[in-house]
Design a protein around this ligand. Structure first.
Ligand SMILES: C[S@@+](CC[C@H](N)C(=O)[O-])C[C@H]1O[C@@H](n2cnc3c(N)ncnc32)[C@H](O)[C@@H]1O
Length: 304
C-alpha cells in the first residue's frame, strides 16, 4: 500500500506554528473557549486537538476523525500520555472517518475544527458543508490552513549566497507556482488554500480571520527545539536529494501545472541545490533568518 502523504508532514514541527497565548486569544474572540464537545477533522496524530484542549470549557470532549486508521492509534496513544501529564479535565477519543461524509448525526458538536486538512481535499467546500451539518445551530466552525506561497519570501535569505542568482530564484518561483497549480488541477489539494478561506467561509456568519503571530526563526546556534527539528528535516531531505516535495510528486504536479517535461530535472535540481545551500550555511553557522509563517485561522458560525 502506498504510504499516505501525511507521513511526510505529521511531525512535531507543528508545535512551533503557534504561541499558546495567541491561540487563547483566538479561542476567546471566536468563542471556542465556550465549547466543550469539539470535533477535530483530519486529526492526524492529534497535534491540533491537544493544542486547543486546554482552551476549551471543561470537562471537554474532543473527538478526532481521520481517514487513515493508523493515525487513530497514534493519536489515541499520544492523547493518553498528554492527559496523564497535563491533568486536564477532559477526554480525547479518535475514530476513522472522512471529512466529506462524517460519521455523526446532525447538530452534534459545539465546534468543528481542522488544521491543514481543507488544503488536502479535492472539494473543501463539500467538507465545510459537512462541518456545518454536524455542528449545533449557531455552532463554531474553525479551520487553520496555510498559504504556502508565503514560503517564497524565504528566497530573500540567500540572495547573496554563493551560487544564488536572480535567475535561480525565478526558477524556484516558477517551480513553486507550477507545482501548486498542478496539484490543484489534479484535484489533490491546494497548498495555497489559506488565500481562499474568505470565499470558502462565505456560507458562515460572524466570520473572523487571523494569522499566527509566531514567526519562523533560524539563528545560530539554532538551539531551540523548533530549530533543531526544522534542521533535522532539512538534513533528511538533502540526504535523499529531495526538496519539499518528493521527486515523483513534484514531477506530476510540475507537468499538470504546465511545466515542460524536458525542464523538470534541472528545475528539481535547483530546488534541491537551494535546500543544500541553506543546510551548508546552517552547518557553517552563518544562516540567520526571520520569516512569517503564513498560517491562517478562519472561524465562523452556522445559522441559529
Ligand atoms: C497534514 S495532516 C494534519 C493533521 C492534524 N490536523 C494536525 O494539524 O496535526 C492532514 C490529515 O488529514 C487527513 N485527511 C486527508 N484527507 C482526509 C479526508 N478526506 N477525510 C478525513 N481525513 C483526511 C490525513 O490522513 C492527515 O492525517
Amino acid at each position: 500500500m502506498a504510504e499516505p502523504h501525511s507521513i511526510r508532514v505529521l511531525d512535531d514541527t507543528r508545535n512551533a506554528w503557534w504561541n499558546d497565548d495567541f491561540l487563547a486569544l483566538v479561542a476567546a474572540r471566536t468563542g471556542l473557549d465556550q465549547c466543550s464537545y469539539v470535533l477535530d477533522v483530519g486529526c492526524g496524530h492529534g497535534h491540533f486537538g491537544r493544542r486547543i484542549a486546554p482552551l476549551l470549557k471543561t470537562p471537554f470532549e474532543i473527538m478526532g476523525v481521520d481517514r487513515e486508521p493508523q493515525w487513530i492509534d497514534v493519536a489515541a496513544r499520544r492523547a493518553r500520555a498528554f492527559l496523564s501529564q497535563s491533568k486536564l479535565d477532559g477526554s480525547l477519543t479518535y475514530q476513522s472517518g472522512i471529512a466529506e461524509a462524517l460519521p455523526f448525526g446532525d447538530h452534534t458538536f459545539d465546534a468543528v475544527v481542522c488544521q491543514t486538512v481543507l488544503m488536502h481535499l479535492r472539494d473543501p467546500a463539500a467538507a465545510l458543508r459537512e462541518f456545518a451539518r454536524v455542528v449545533k445551530p449557531g455552532g463554531l466552525v474553525l479551520a487553520a490552513e496555510p498559504n504556502n506561497f508565503g514560503a517564497l519570501q524565504r528566497l530573500a535569505n540567500d540572495l547573496d549566497a554563493p551560487g544564488a542568482s536572480v535567475e535561480a530564484h525565478l526558477l524556484l518561483v516558477e517551480a513553486h507556482a507550477r507545482i501548486i497549480a498542478g496539484k490543484r488541477a489534479l484535484g489533490e489539494g491546494d497548498n495555497a488554500l489559506g488565500a481562499r478561506l474568505p470565499a470558502l467561509f462565505r456560507p458562515f456568519e460572524s466570520t473572523q480571520f487571523f494569522t499566527t503571530d509566531r514567526p519562523y526563526v533560524l539563528a545560530p546556534p539554532y538551539e531551540s527545539d523548533a530549530e533543531q527539528l526544522v534542521i533535522e528535516r532539512l538534513r533528511e531531505r538533502c540526504e535523499r536529494d529531495e526538496a519539499g516535495w518528493s521527486r515523483g510528486d513534484a514531477r506530476r504536479y510540475w507537468l499538470a501545472g504546465g511545466g515542460a517535461l524536458e525542464r523538470f530535472e534541472s528545475v528539481y535540481a535547483s530546488m534541491v541545490e537551494h535546500e543544500k545551500r541553506e543546510l551548508a550555511a546552517i552547518d557553517a553557522g552563518t544562516h540567520a533568518e526571520l520569516s512569517a509563517i503564513v498560517h491562517f485561522v478562519a472561524a465562523g458560525r452556522t445559522k441559529r
